[in-house]
Design a protein around this ligand. Structure first.
Ligand SMILES: Cc1cc2nc3c(=O)[nH]c(=O)nc-3n(C[C@H](O)[C@H](O)[C@H](O)COP(=O)(O)OP(=O)(O)OC[C@H]3O[C@@H](n4cnc5c(N)ncnc54)[C@H](O)[C@@H]3O)c2cc1C
Length: 301
């Protein structure tokens, strides 16, 4: 397959930026991942729809990414077309109703609604993903999650067809939603927040961010929690109990600060992370008979 030729044909159809053999380590918070064949950032949803139609016509596999903050990309990279939704970043705030495109960064959204005195998104201020990624993953913290604030979603399927989802159709569960398996692309979301006390909102955000700074290893590249919490327990507690803090394979280490965070100390590969995931799973299973399920998603290969 001549990637440059395909990229040139795509360039004639769309307005967004296109890169060939783009290193995915530049687009993941773990700073890990081999090259994406063709990396496209649409400027609006029509641009995205055109790229989807092009990929279908050319029979290119399609991969969607947002902030790359929950992703482990294989060292071999990703074949086909990788679409970065971060270009869709329009935000409208009208009273208590908020509409945010899929590529709006969650911390930005949380700070903008806080400035308008709207409460409900204080939990999201420290989650470094996009609105689309957060809806798909039903991201959450401090006892709240996206499912508490989302009213509806406008999505495209991989053929470029539009669809509207209401909250009940989204099938939100712990760190998941129906969009994850159905492969719909979030282009826009409507959120319902409430008017609150601006000082209290600001203080809550400050408190949440301070908690993260004290308890999470922000100093090194990572992808947040590696494993989901098993029912009634915490993955971090289980990992810490088997003595895994500080375990290292290649360039990746189980954080000393939070055992459910694996940090890229220096030049870690996807292979290193997968090997450490397996080792930790094995040890926790042997001691507690609990199989930890990864929260992070592996792409490519
Ligand atoms: C330091 C740190 C702290 C974190 N803390 C938390 C936390 O407190 N709580 C929490 O839940 N998570 C946390 N995370 C994980 C991560 O930020 C969330 O899962 C986030 O919602 C992922 O969003 P993203 O845009 O980065 O998605 P990506 O990682 O880019 O993608 C995740 C999945 O969503 C899909 N996707 C992305 N955008 C779209 C879209 N527009 N439409 C359809 N599918 C899409 C991708 O295909 C992929 O399957 C943390 C991560 C880091 C690095």
């Amino acid at each position: 397959m001549n990637l440059h030729k395909i990229a040139q044909s795509l360039k004639r159809e769309v307005k967004g930026s296109i890169n060939v053999s783009e290193s995915m380590s530049q687009h993941t918070t773990w700073r890990i991942g081999g090259p994406a064949d063709i990396f496209f950032t649409p400027i609006d949803w029509e641009d995205l729809a055109k790229a989807l139609k092009f990929a279908n016509f050319e029979k290119l596999p399609i991969t969607i990414i947002g902030g790359g903050s929950n992703l482990l990309v294989k060292d071999e990279g990703i074949r086909g077309l990788v679409i970065n939704i971060c270009g869709l970043k329009k935000l409208k705030i009208n009273g208590e109703e908020v509409s945010a495109q899929g590529g709006v960064k969650l911390p930005y959204l949380a700070s903008q609604v806080a400035l308008k005195g709207l409460t409900g998104l204080e939990f999201a201020a420290g989650i470094p993903g996009t609105v689309g990624g957060a809806i798909v993953m039903n991201a959450g913290a401090h006892g709240s999650s996206m499912s508490d604030v989302i009213v509806s979603v406008v999505a495209l399927d991989y053929r470029g067809r539009l669809c509207h989802y209401n909250t009940r159709d989204l099938g939100f569960t712990y760190r998941s939603s129906k969009l994850k398996s159905d492969k719909w692309i979030v282009i826009e979301s409507n959120l319902k927040l409430q008017l609150g006390n601006p000082v209290e909102i600001k203080n809550k955000i400050k408190e949440n961010l301070a908690f993260r700074k004290a308890n999470q290893p922000w100093e090194y590249p990572n992808a947040g929690s590696v494993f989901k919490n098993p029912p009634g327990d915490s993955a971090g507690r289980l990992i810490e109990t088997v003595g895994a803090k500080g375990w290292q394979i290649g360039g990746v280490e189980v954080s000393h600060k939070h055992a459910n965070f694996f940090v890229n100390m220096k030049g870690a590969s996807c292979r290193d992370v997968l090997a450490l995931i397996e080792k930790v799973q094995r040890e926790v299973y042997q001691k507690f008979n609990i199989l930890l399920e990864p929260e992070i998603l592996v792409l490519g290969g």
